[in-house]
Design a protein. Sequence first.
Length: 357
Amino acid sequence: MRGCLVVSIAVVALGACGSTVTQTVPTTRFYGYTASASATLDREPPPTAPDKATDAIKRFKRVAFVPPDSCLDMRGADTGSTVDKRVIRMQCGVTMSELEREAEKVGFDVVTWQSLKGASKPLDQAKEQKIDLLFEVNELDVIEENDRAESSEFKYFWGEGGGAAQPLQVTSQDNQACKAYHAQNAPRVSGMTAALDIKMVLVSSASVLWSYRHTENAGVVDASSLIRFPVNARQDFKTARPWWPFAVIAGGAVLIAAVQPPYIGVAVAGVGAIAALVLGKKTEKTGTPQYESVAQVLCRRPHITDAPVQGPTPVEVRSDTFRENTKVNAKDLQEEKRRGLIKASVQIFMKQLVAGK
């Protein structure tokens, strides 16, 4: 009897014990950062119009703007025009139109600059057209300035899946790794600077009333979205069979030795054996996962690419005609920025011009 009990305990122990392994597994945890940078250049405030200029503004209203010589040299388009000439003509038109538009807004009677493109000097043409004040545009150039960031800030976070990101403490080495990563993977911070140089001339006497020059820069603020890096973990897994079928088998063995006839014990042991075969082995996580350290993950591996938002399944569209639109060209966006800065520079000039009216 005692021998049967020993055998039964051994059977249960042998069936219930299993093996434990440690594996690296993906998790929903992430470490991440956001970066923000601002770029500005210190510029002097725009100059104030002198008294003789403001006095002339109060008395005279008929004005015209004379573009740089490069614009005046542009005669009617011909088949031999180069690309550079067409670009100059376009930039002249944008600049001069902006000046004329802003002058009209403050009450001037503006004569189009196109009327001053004849063979004679602009000043002589201005006298013929009874223009009172002539504004000679010597320069209105827009230059892109790269790598002008004066201040930048990196903020660090951690989170689980789609949950809210929480602040993350990092070392200076982690910060340096993210700065290097961001420099390689993010677009450079850049901005534009416009220089406007205009001379105000009294047509009747050809006297210069005001020489205006001001440099205006477009401040740039660049902020990234949350850049996330996936975190793995070391997790223990235990593989074992459930213990109770083996307890049934052990109980059957005891019954075979203790109860006659033995078929009762055989039946009980058989049920346990069948259960052990059907259920088989089972693997489960044990303990808590050991996550990778920040220094192993943050800005040191490819970041998580956010999946597009999944909307409802689109309905099939049928039509006898389909139209495709082209994508916006980055050069077009850059040109819009240039025009915006030109407009800002012109508005500043016009504000200073009529400040004393």
